[in-house]
Each structure stands twice: as C-alpha cells, then as structure tokens.
Design a protein around this ligand. Structure first.
Ligand code: HEM
Length: 425
C-alpha cells in the first residue's frame, strides 16, 4: 500500500509535504499554489511532470473517472523513470497536442494487491473482502475495541501520571483490531506487532525494513496455511473458504498485507494527531465532553481538518483527459492534494476552522470512487471508541510538553505525530 506513494512523497518539494507553522494546516506550498488553479502542473524533484489537484469537485472527477488508473504495477512509476524517460514524458506533456494517445503498459501481475488494480480484477477482490466485513463481525469487533481501549488506559494510569500516547494507546488500538480481523493468535501477537511496526516505519533503515517486511510476509503465509487447515471466525478464514473460484495463497497473503498496511498507521495517526488537535482547541474539546453525542460529527470534522493522507492518493491517465479545462496527457500522474481539497472554500465556510458542530458533509479523507477506503466503518469505530474512552476516562488530559515540541511526521507518507507526551495529573 505504501510502496508507490512513498516514492512520490520522496520526489515532492518539501514545502508540499512539510506542514509549516501549524501541524493541522495543509503544507504551505500546497496552499500557495491553490491560486494557480484547481488542476495545475507540478514538477517532481526528478524533473518528471505531474499534475496536482487542489479542488474538491475536480478531485472527485478524477477519482470517479475510469480513464484514470490506480494500477502502479502495469503503468510506469513516475518516480522511477530514467532521465531520458523523464525528457520524453516532459516533451509529450508539453506538446499540447490533443488526440487519442494511450499510456504504455507493461505486462505484469500483482496477485492480491487490489489497491493497485483496475476493474475487473479490482472489482472481484474488493467484493470478496467487503463481503467479509459483516455487521455481526463489526459489532463483535466494536466491543473488543472498547476492552482494548480501557485496558490500555488502565495500564497508562497504573504506570504513573505521564505517557507517550502513540505507543501506549494510538498504535495498539488499530494493531489489535487488525489482529482480531485476521485471526492472529494471542501467542503470536507480540511478534506480529513488532514486525509490523518495523516494516511500516519509513524512518528505519531500508535493509532492516526489508527484512521485517519479508518476515511479515512469511508470517502471513503461515497464517494463510493455518486458516486453510483450521478455519476460525475471522476475515482471513472467510476469504480462504468462501471465494469461488478459490483465491491463491499469493492473493490471500497480499490481501492480508493490504489490510495491514492500510489499516494500521492510518487510524493510529488519526488518534494521535486527533487528540493533539483537540488538546490545542480546548473549546472544541469542552464542547465534546459536554455533549458526547457530537462525537460522530467531531470524527468527520477531524478527518476533514487533519487529512493525514497528505499527497498520497494518485492515479495515472490511461488516455488524454481534460479536467477543469486542463489537459492531462496519457501516461501522466495526477496527485490529489487531499489536505487542500478538504479545505476547498467553494465547499466549506471558514474551512480552516476546526468546528465539531459543523454540519456533516462528505470530505475526501477516505478517498472517492471505486477505491474509496474499504475500512472506513472500522476506522470510524476505532476513532469513536478510542477518543470517547480517552476524553471521558482522563478528564485532566493535557500535553506534557509545549505544542511546538511535539515531533511531527513530516517525512512520512501518512502525516501525524511521532510521539505525543501527555499527562493527566
Ligand atoms: C483505501 C484513508 C483506515 C483499508 C483508502 C484510501 C484512503 C484511505 C484515502 C483511498 C486510496 C486511493 O484511492 O488510492 C484511510 C484513513 C483511515 C483508513 C484516513 C483512518 C482514519 C483504514 C482501515 C482499513 C483500511 C482501518 C482496514 C482495515 C483500506 C483498503 C483500501 C483503503 C483495503 C483500498 C481499497 C481499494 O483499493 O479498493 N483508505 N483509511 N483503511 N483503505 Fe483506508
């Protein structure tokens, strides 16, 4: 899930990804460029031309249009082009010629990485997976989530009056939720979580991350074999036994890895950064404490306001496409600037204000179109339980350091905080 967008992250000018003075606002370079149009050309650090979308309407148009592909396996990755390929692409992009150019494709396979697939392969794998997210399973998971949240709050209290909320609370909740979903045995959880943490942390050295990634792959292969042999009441067992024709081991392993990659750090960062944002907006936090029924609203507002996926959603034009009057040539990469899209002043009044009373409107924090986040109901449940238990069971919660000392994940694909030192004394 993180492979290609992480590449794009490394190829973007810093002012498009580092949030400036305010950790909650879009990176300043993105805001500055908004004036140049809702769809605008953008040059990556390797010189490759791409297009950036900053408007809500235009972003939806791209993500709903089958002429844009999510296939990072068959279409060349713009961050990995050789200099002569960059030149060719730049020449073709600058020509301004209309026509029926079609992007070149390579013949390759992606087993179960459905997040990087187009219909019809994407449709089948996604449908199989959504069929496993049943209401019954989600209900059972929600009560487990509450237990997990309360256990971790009690552990923090038992340990003293200060903690780093990221490892103590924000990471364990989604991590244990994924374990429940995949049916990872209790005895194996520590090993599984350790490998996941290393494999998904882009600040660890590449070779270490690669090793942990391979070990994780092996672990999941073993898990698939175990579910074939001895099915449980979990999503992975369901995928193993319900699919007709059956899924291959490689497909199952990839699908489990997609869930892990997509569902772990995302929610963890919404919990960490979301708590930070509420602590920095005491009036909003007080409103939530006074009326817990506002929580569903507050979660949508935090998703919109924080937009942690940054510039991580991208597509490739398979033919020439015109969006908002701008021609995007075949083969070009389009990057959705989600933090700015979710502050589109044509759609929200006073978009830069965090307001838990704001009427709910659809935002793009979970994407749009056929790849829209498959785990969004689970993510909402995790955030609801996680934030509700935290603010009600820790009424004195506050930062243990100055706000400007909280280390930000500017260098990461998924924005958030590396740590959040808090106290409740
Ligand atoms: C896709 C955001 C939590 C599973 C996406 C996409 C976004 C997103 C923006 C679209 C990517 C694209 O179009 O290229 C988030 C955020 C989360 C979150 C902000 C937390 C607050 C989760 C969780 C799970 C999950 C908890 C799983 C258990 C997925 C999957 C996809 C996806 C499988 C790919 C769907 C497809 O390609 O059809 N997510 N996500 N996400 N998400 Fe999430």
């Amino acid at each position: 899930v993180t492979e290609s967008p992480t590449g794009i992250r490394r190829m973007l000018p810093a002012d498009l990804v580092d949030r400036g003075g305010c950790p909650f606002d879009p990176p300043p370079g993105v805001r500055q460029r908004r004036g140049q149009g809702a769809v605008q050309p953008l040059q990556l650090l390797n010189g490759a031309p791409t297009w950036m979308v900053t408007g809500l309407h235009e972003a939806r148009a791209v993500l709903a249009d089958p002429r844009f592909s999510a296939d990072r396996v068959r279409y060349p990755d713009v961050t990995k082009l050789q200099p002569h390929e960059v030149e060719q692409l730049a020449a073709a992009s600058g020509s301004g010629e209309g026509g029926t150019a079609v992007a070149p494709k390579v013949d390759s396979r992606a087993d179960g990485m459905f997040v990087f697939m187009d219909p019809p392969e994407h449709t089948r794998l996604r449908r199989l997976l959504t069929g496993q997210f049943t209401v019954r399973r989600m209900r059972a998971l929600e009560s487990r989530l509450r237990e997990i949240a309360v256990e971790h709050i009690e552990a923090m209290r038992a340990d003293g009056t200060e903690a780093d909320l990221v490892p103590a609370y924000a990471l364990p909740i989604p991590s244990l939720a994924i374990c429940e979903l995949l049916g990872v045995d209790y005895a194996d959880r520590a090993e599984f979580q350790e490998r996941t943490a290393i494999a998904l942390n882009s600040t660890t050295p590449d070779d270490e991350r690669m090793r942990a990634g391979l070990e994780l792959y092996g672990f999941i292969q073993g898990l698939v074999a175990a579910k074939r042999e001895n099915p449980g009441d979990d999503i992975l067992s369901g995928l193993v036994h319900d699919a007709d024709p059956p899924l291959t081991d490689a497909q199952l392993t990839d699908m489990a890895l997609v869930l892990l990659g997509a569902g772990h750090e995302t929610t963890a960062n919404m919990l960490g950064l979301g708590t930070f944002a509420l602590l920095e907006h005491p009036d909003q936090l007080a409103a939530l404490r006074a009326d817990p029924a506002l929580m569903d609203n507050a979660i949508e507002e935090l998703l919109r306001y924080l937009s942690i996926i940054q510039l991580g959603v991208s597509r490739v034009a398979v033919e020439d496409v015109v969006i908002a009057g701008v021609k995007i040539p075949a083969g070009a990469t389009v990057i959705i600037a989600t933090p700015e899209v979710n502050r589109d002043p044509r759609h929200w009044d006073d978009p830069d204000r965090l307001d838990v009373h704001r009427p709910r409107t659809s935002h793009l924090a979970f994407g749009h179109g056929i790849h829209q986040c498959l785990g969004q109901q689970l993510a909402r449940a995790e955030m609801k339980v996680g934030l509700t238990e935290l603010i009600t069971r820790m009424p004195g919660l506050r930062l243990a350091v100055r706000a400007d000392q909280v280390p930000l994940r500017n260098e990461m694909l998924i924005f958030g905080v590396h740590s959040l030192p808090v106290t409740w004394a």
